[in-house]
Ligand binder design. Sequence first.
Ligand code: PMT
Length: 403
Amino acid sequence: MLKGKKIVLGITGGIAAYKAAELTRALVKEGAHVKVIMTKNATEFISPLTMQTLSNNIVYTEMYLPQSQYDMAHITLAEFADAFVIAPATANIIGKIASGIADDLLSTTIMAADKLTLICPAMNDRMLANPIVQENINKLKNHKYVIMKSGVGELACKTIGAGRLPEIPEIVEEIEKLLTPKSLAGEKILITAGPTEEPLDPVRFITNLSSGKMGYALARVAHRQGAQVTLITGPANLPLPDVEVVIKVRTAQEMHKAVIDNYKKATVVIKAAAVADYRPKVFASEKIKKDDKPRSIELVRNPDIIAEIGKNKTNIVLVGFAMETRDLLANAHEKLEKKNMDLIVANSLREEGSGFQTDTNKITIIDRAGDVQSMPVMTKIEAAEKILERVAGLMKKKGGKKK
Ligand code: PMT
């Protein structure tokens, strides 16, 4: 999503300035063009050469250059940017912007800019809590600057408190969110993700290889596109996406209850979870002890959650997945019809870069009109974008949003 986006990164003079190097790397990795402005104080903490090397661009530090190099940077950078990011943002730059002061290249460029601007405060906790700083932050919010909440933890001065620069992936996600068109605004999307675990006894369970990556990518992208997202997740060892509601479940029966309790409020339901079709009939309350006899486990059926929604479906868009090891498209077609889905996303364990645990997927989207859209291997985030593009198309056709 950041591919080709133009970002001007302002770095001010705080100890977290060194983290701007990592941020630049992450943005460039996502395909963004990054140009850096450093204040004089920032150059005390990190070298312009580091930022030049990581951004692949010259770094702007001076307002006044010799005639031969003067390029009106405060205007050209303001025009160049799709978004401005100030990270770390000191109390000083926050105060200057709030007061309309333009006395160096960064503050002058910000004054000349009318683009989305994300400000990531980082400072000592008492400085952050200072009512004047808070007043300035609130003033900036009222003027449509986006202010990220600082992290809480150990600060450079060794105290514990609020004032840390937010984690780099959080800043990148916030930039993604700012730059994503809100094509799903007003939609309420319920997404399931991850595996389920079906316990045999207190130490053993039956599960599958789902990591939750596909479902979490869908949740993340839907949220970026302005939807209100409820994520119902089985046990997954991943950072939770920033969405409105997260419900953690373990078993298929718990997932069933969570989905049934919540899906009627949704306009879209997407079932990316790998739900166990069966569970052990008996749960042994104590650890099962071994002996010399062979053992078998009797299994009983779990509820088919998506089939139940499909049966009672009214005005929602219902999207399912099909994970197959053979006859991918035939099986997917059958599930689409039988479970009354609007779209099915087929992925095969047999295809390179596809399926469980990978960061990529190779998906085929099939709709009720029989249209089959096969796609190359792409990241799960890109796959989520493709799926949600189709969902947005269907929502447009259906018209009307639940209030
Ligand atoms: O989590 P990752 O590691 O990123 O892997 C992603 C994925 C492979 C898990 C994902 O892309 C995927 O294919 N999810 C669905 C896996 C699956 O259970 O497929 P299925 O063909 O068995 O089920 C068909 C549909 O019925 C699915 O939408 C499933 O959520 C749903 N289902 C299945 C069983 C059940 N009891 N209730 C259900 O609702």
